[in-house]
Design a protein around this ligand. Structure first.
Ligand code: DC
Length: 225
């Protein structure tokens, strides 16, 4: 079993896990895996090729042969920058639908595991601590109330100049939580031994502080804050 240092940050959308895990990875100078982006890109491909969500074999085949690469924060699909396209609410919901398919999850497993490289990895997702990197030394489960998560998303979308409806966002978040938590393979849940943090009443800095405290407790030789 690999001894590479791994920190997993799992949780529902809007919990702040993306921001936190990116910040931790940057601070430590470690690799970063945004596993949600992979499901989002697959959702975009399924949509572009007009494949029905029920065509499990076709979708799994796409997952096995996805010409996807990351360049910093950019997601590249066969050389095309799809970063903007995968960040919409529609893309998130579509990702959640393809992510239910067990064959898709197994096709993407090894691909994700290759990210575990020295000096270390911070992995953001739903099943990072439970399925993809069960050997991770630090596991965080970050959550927040659906209303708070919808409000955060609402603010982000408004800032981007996109028209949104808060009540509808809350509804979509609840639906996505339900689908992600109830699926039979790798459902969204806290890994055993995970530090669970509810960020509803916490600022990003407070969450970051608690995560870094756990990281330093676990990897005592790391210096700095
Ligand atoms: O984290 P995100 O919002 O970018 O993820 C989009 C969807 O992808 C999420 O609703 C469920 C799916 N997903 C998953 O099933 N497993 C992961 N490790 C990451 C994301």
């Amino acid at each position: 079993m690999s001894q590479v240092r791994i920190i997993t940050v799992d949780g529902p959308s809007g919990s702040g896990k993306g921001t936190i895990s990116q910040r931790v990875a940057e601070h430590l100078g470690w690799h970063f895996l945004d596993s949600g982006a992979i499901y989002r890109v697959l959702g975009v491909m399924v949509d572009r090729e007009d494949i029905s969500i029920d065509s499990v074999d076709k979708i799994a085949e796409l997952a096995r042969n996805m010409p996807l690469s990351f360049s910093g924060e950019q997601a590249m699909l066969a050389g095309e920058d799809v970063t903007g396209e995968i960040r919409t609410e529609t893309a998130g919901n579509r990702a959640s639908k393809v992510a239910v398919i067990p064959e898709v999850r197994s096709a993407l497993l090894e691909w994700q595991q290759k990210y575990a490289k020295p000096p270390g990895l911070v992995a953001d997702g739903r099943d990072m601590g439970t399925v993809v990197f069960p050997q991770a030394q630090v596991k965080i489960f970050l959550t927040a109330s659906p209303e708070e998560r919808a409000k955060r998303r609402y603010k982000q979308l408004k800032e981007k100049g996109l028209g949104v409806n808060l009540a509808r966002l809350i509804e979509e978040i609840r639906e996505r939580d339900e689908r992600d938590s109830k699926r039979t393979v790798a459902p969204l849940q806290a890994a055993e031994g995970a530090l669970t943090l509810d960020s509803t009443q916490l600022s990003i800095d407070e969450v970051y502080g608690q995560v870094m405290r756990k990281v330093h407790e676990t990897f005592a030789d790391l210096s700095g804050n």
